[in-house]
Design a protein around this ligand. Structure first.
Ligand SMILES: Cc1cc2nc3c(=O)[nH]c(=O)nc-3n(C[C@H](O)[C@H](O)[C@H](O)COP(=O)(O)OP(=O)(O)OC[C@H]3O[C@@H](n4cnc5c(N)ncnc54)[C@H](O)[C@@H]3O)c2cc1C
Length: 594
């Protein structure tokens, strides 16, 4: 497939998820979304996907090949970026989910997730400026004063300034409780900030003149650890007498990273000259809590990045497999070479990619819909239940697409044979891009501990019970729709296994055996994700029985469901056993033995 014809994301899958599997139109009955309809959803997605394919995708390779540079204290980015950014703002991508009061259209997160997937698949780095600005402005919208909204948020939502999330410090990445950037109060209402941050994406660029860094720092005298961290808005340029002047935020260096080349990540210094002003967002010492409240959104966005990168690569490899001729079919004597898609081992790789990619999108869409109901559901019960499921599934929605997406990206290279190992073809670039998604917004290891140590154990196990109910309801629906009963039974047994293991591990935790509970958190996440993706596939298979689908999509849904439940779900027993027996090889392996 020539890159220009790469669809990036399958339109029929998006429609199927929206209107058949997840009934997006039912969301329009909620007061928050009453102004919307299938027509407004389709219009938004159509305009975004057209821009992604026609305008954004052609800029991906040039940006990958021309990384930003750092000269005379400023970062220089690809010249196509300012116009691309402005068009995305005009399309409403930046503020689509925000209420009218913030200049948005209050589109459900479900619709936004599916639309933004096209943009990310077309050019992850270019979309990154939007994602970061939205995240930063949303923090001020949620927790900032009217004055901060006027001063910073409006300019970000208007598309005039961009934003960043400035958390990481050279010595404190996963361990954010250890950050040391300081904030000294002044009598003028602002704080004087001093400290170093690293990896801050979009902190300087040529897209817009000004950038507002939503930064974690410690007010002088604050308690140690996570309880003493506050959130500040720190612009690169501040307004004085109607002019924009330097705010003593300097770029210390450009990170030479292996992917996401359209978006620079930087080491930055606040307050080298003692004159960096930051404005407190919300209450003192609540910074990490605020950040975590926004984390679901950010982590879902990383999951969508991961899906998108794997989806674009899947279509590259599908196109290649249809065109590349090599060898003959098994048992054939002589004759012409056949396209490699005729070899079942190549179809193994394509089907595995498809199961990972489309299973990921189904999960991300499901979780986004829970996000919509958690925020805007009519009853307290509906909001609470959706909130439980959203919290529980967020680490899975972030990590599964990132980890298995990386595997899918590697398969896209494998299908290209030796050509896949060259920069003439795109899969190697997508593989480089993909790797970031298991690192930022909390590494996969940290997510696994969050899932097992916190999420499944929350509220006496209520989230897990809610999930089990959802999966059982899907199994019931699948049986009624006439799906393969063996697949339904296999998933039913898997739910029981995961429930029993969770109970055992929870009891170990309550008895104070932290190693016994969390030693295999990675295997637990793998087991849990395998079940969740099985649930997503069975849900699609059940809906496919009656949805208005092409024959191709219907058959592909059936075969991918069968593939996942027959080949992946059996691994749940092996993983459950590792968690249960607490197999001790890496728990007992001592640092000095390596
Ligand atoms: C390209 C890029 C862009 C980024 N953009 C931003 C940005 O815009 N803003 C921002 O603030 N940050 C950003 N980051 C930083 C990113 O969020 C951190 O890299 C990430 O949080 C991990 O921190 P670290 O790199 O210090 O790794 P570390 O925390 O040192 O982790 C190293 C390894 O140890 C493991 N580990 C750490 N602690 C534990 C533990 N307690 N238990 C078990 N395992 C553990 C981790 O899982 C990991 O495998 C970016 C990073 C990159 C690479």
């Amino acid at each position: 497939m020539a890159t220009e014809t790469n669809p990036l994301v399958d339109d029929e899958l998006v429609d199927f998820l929206l209107y058949s599997v997840l009934d997006a139109e039912a969301l329009c009955e909620l007061p928050a979304y009453q102004q919307h309809s299938k027509e407004t959803f389709d219009m938004f997605i159509d305009s975004v996907r057209r821009f992604a394919r026609q305008d954004l995708l052609p800029t991906y390779k040039p940006m990958d090949e021309n990384a930003p540079t750092f000269r005379n204290g400023r970062v220089h980015t690809h010249p196509a970026l300012p116009a691309l950014y402005d068009t995305m703002v005009e399309l409403g991508v930046l503020t689509a989910t925000r209420p009218e009061s913030a200049g948005g259209q209050r589109i459900p997160l479900l619709v936004h997730t599916l639309a933004s997937a096209y943009l990310m698949a077309a050019n992850l780095g270019a979309y990154g400026y939007i994602g970061l600005t939205l995240g930063a402005a949303h923090l001020i919208e949620a927790f900032g004063s009217d004055e901060l909204k006027r001063r910073f948020m409006s300019k970000m939502y208007d598309g005039e300034w961009t934003g960043t999330m400035a958390l990481t410090e050279p010595h404190a990445g996963s361990s954010l409780g250890d950050i040391t950037t300081t904030a000294k109060p002044t009598s003028e209402g602002y704080y004087l900030i001093k400290g170093s941050k690293i990896f801050i994406s979009g902190a300087d660029h040529g897209v817009k003149d000004n950038v507002v860094n939503l930064t974690l720092a410690r007010i002088e005298g604050a308690p140690a650890g996570t309880k003493g961290i506050s959130l500040f808005a720190i612009p690169r340029l501040r307004e004085e007498d109607g002019q924009l002047v330097s705010n003593d935020v300097t770029v210390a260096g450009l990170i030479h990273k292996i992917g996401w080349k359209g978006l620079p990540s930087l080491a930055i210094e606040f307050g080298d000259e003692g004159d960096c002003r930051g404005w407190l967002v919300g209450e003192p010492h609540q910074g990490l809590r605020y950040m975590f409240q926004m984390m679901n959104e950010a982590r879902i966005m990383v999951g969508v990045n991961a899906f998108a990168t794997a989806s674009a690569a899947y279509y590259e490899s599908l196109g290649y497999a249809l065109e590349r001729k090599q060898g003959r079919e098994l048992g054939a004597r002589g004759g012409d070479m056949v396209p490699i898609v005729r070899h079942s081992d190549v179809r193994r790789m394509l089907l595995r990619q498809k199961a990972i990619v489309e299973g990921s999108l189904a999960l991300l869409a499901t979780v986004s819909r829970y996000g919509d109901v958690a925020e805007h559901g009519v009853s307290e019960d509906a909001r609470e239940r959706a909130g439980l499921l959203l919290d529980l599934l967020t680490p899975v929605a972030k990590t599964f697409p990132a980890e298995r997406g990386f595997e899918a990206n590697a398969l896209a290279i494998q299908i290209h044979g030796g050509y896949g190992y060259t920069s003439e073809y795109l899969p190697e670039a997508y593989l480089r891009d993909q790797k970031l998604n298991s690192l930022h917004e909390g590494t996969s290891g940290i997510q696994s501990m969050d899932l097992l140590g916190r999420k499944v154990m929350a509220k006496g196990g209520a989230p897990l019970r809610a999930l089990a109910d959802e999966i059982h309801a899907t199994i019931g629906r699948a049986r009624e729709a006439g799906c393969d009963p063996e697949l339904c039974t296999a998933l039913e047994q898997a739910v029981a296994t995961v429930g029993a293991v969770t109970m055992e591990l929870g009891q170990r935790g309550m008895a104070g055996d932290a190693d016994g509970m969390l030693g295999h958190s990675w295997d637990y996440l793998d087991m849990f994700s395998t079940l969740v993706i099985g649930w997503q596939w069975l849900s699609m298979a059940a809906s496919a029985k009656t949805a208005p689908l092409s024959e191709k999509r219907r058959r592909a849904t059936e075969i991918a469901t069968q593939y996942w439940i027959r080949t992946e779900v059996p691994r749940i027993d092996v993983l459950a056993n590792l968690c249960r027996t607490n197999e001790r090889s890496y728990i007992d392996a001592q640092p000095e033995w390596f």
